[in-house]
Design a protein around this ligand. Structure first.
Ligand SMILES: Cc1cc2nc3c(=O)[nH]c(=O)nc-3n(C[C@H](O)[C@H](O)[C@H](O)COP(=O)(O)OP(=O)(O)OC[C@H]3O[C@@H](n4cnc5c(N)ncnc54)[C@H](O)[C@@H]3O)c2cc1C
Length: 364
């Protein structure tokens, strides 16, 4: 049985460990802390919600993933016994002025599943929206409770026989003659035939990775209110954020700032005030809701904004990182694309825009 090591236990690492195990690899997942406690925990978990935009290479990946999500979520529940609470609530792209209204109206004309609503109709869908909003577009999509998803994936892969080592930071790849032979941690050298780099925002900190992934942390400040008395039902998106994600337990997740702040995980007065003020402009009744929680996370943002999925510059090395602000929505498609490289099967979407080697070509 060939051995695989997965570096990182966010959604990308957990889901790729699951797929490798299905392919009879002996899989060890290493996490410097605990699985499912970094960006994948901090996230809002919005799925779909995309306006049609064929010029963006990740559009096709997210569309493909949206098709895969219902079966993917069901399989994780079956394997773990824990419902990750994937819910197709529909997503409202709200316009805040006339030019934005025109933009969403035009986007709706390209999407047969979308329906355009003027201000009056909008408030029939969501009665607590501000009367100032001129309209919006209802598009397919919803959300998953990403914290439950991480936990369910972790249970599923443990049950399937994946070894998880927590508190184990990979310092470097071990290599020989142009191929990866394993990894070096602070305490041990582990050998493997195949290594998946899924270390999220930390992906550039590991030595000997070729090419060195230009992935950096982007801080997101985000919070949750108890919205039991307001009762929003759809995911709401506004131009330039914030967005609003209702969970089935009465929480409303409101996110998120997008900041270059290095590894500073602080919540700031400015960030939280911005989120709350903008949120109350869109849904005034939120002003009376209790704050349940506030937190931050580091999105793994690549230099060109697209993820790195596929073969690295060493035999046996694979990348699944750099998903930035959209790394829950494309999960099933991204992992399927990665596995197409492992199996040698046709990819589910055109792979070139996500090729990790594109950065090596830029350097030369
Ligand atoms: C505030 C916020 C809101 C978001 N909202 C959405 C959303 O609504 N929809 C959406 O699709 N996406 C969203 N995202 C983006 C999405 O959450 C991320 O793109 C995705 O979770 C990245 O997953 P990952 O597995 O690559 O990284 P992570 O979840 O960060 O996991 C990386 C893991 O690698 C481990 N690790 C790092 N270095 C090492 C090492 N050297 N050795 C061993 N282990 C290591 C870490 O401990 C961590 O567990 C949001 C992100 C944030 C921060």
């Amino acid at each position: 049985m060939p051995d695989a090591i997965v570096i990182g236990g966010g959604v990308m690492g957990l889901a790729s460990a699951r797929e490798l195990r299905k392919r009879a690899y002996g899989v060890t997942l290493l996490d410097r802390a605990q699985p499912g406690r970094a960006a994948s925990w901090a996230s809002a978990g919005i799925i779909g919600a995309t306006l049609r935009d064929e010029s963006n290479p990740s559009f096709e990946l997210r569309q493909k993933s949206r098709e895969l999500w219902p079966d993917f979520a069901q399989a994780i529940e079956d394997e773990s016994g824990l419902d990750p609470e994937y819910r197709e609530t529909g997503c409202l792209q709200l316009a805040t002025d006339e030019s934005e209204l025109e933009r969403v109206r035009r986007a709706g004309e390209l999407d047969p599943q979308a329906s355009f609503h003027d201000g009056g109709e909008l408030r029939k869908l969501e009665p607590s929206l501000s009367p100032k909003l001129p309209g919006g577009l209802l598009v397919a999509g919803g959300n998953v409770d990403n914290r439950r998803l991480c936990r369910a994936l972790e249970i599923a892969i443990r049950r399937a026989g994946v070894t998880i080592q927590t508190g184990t930071e990979v310092r470097a790849l071990a290599t020989s003659g142009g191929r990866v032979t394993g990894v070096q941690t602070a305490e041990q050298h582990l050998t493997a035939d195949l290594v998946v780099l899924a270390a999220g925002a930390w992906s550039a900190t590991i030595a000997n990775v070729d090419p060195r992934p230009p992935v950096a942390p982007q801080r997101g400040q985000i919070l949750a209110l108890d919205q039991t008395r307001v009762g929003l039902r759809h995911v709401l998106l506004t131009p330039g954020d914030p967005y609003f994600v209702p969970r089935s337990d009465g929480r409303l997740v409101i996110g998120a700032t997008r900041e270059e702040a290095g590894w500073d995980a602080s919540l700031t007065a400015g960030g939280v005030t911005w989120l709350l003020n903008r949120a109350m402009d869109v849904v005034p009744a939120l002003g009376g809701c209790p704050i349940q929680e506030m937190w931050t996370g580091f999105r793994p943002l690549s230099e060109d904004g697209l993820p790195l999925i596929g073969r690295g510059g060493l035999d046996g090395l694979f990348f699944l990182t750099g998903h930035g602000p959209s790394g829950i929505a494309p999960l099933p498609g991204s992992v399927r694309l990665l596995m197409a490289f492992v199996d040698g099967h046709p990819p589910p979407v055109a792979p070139a825009p996500f090729d990790p080697l594109r950065f090596r070509r830029l350097e030369s």
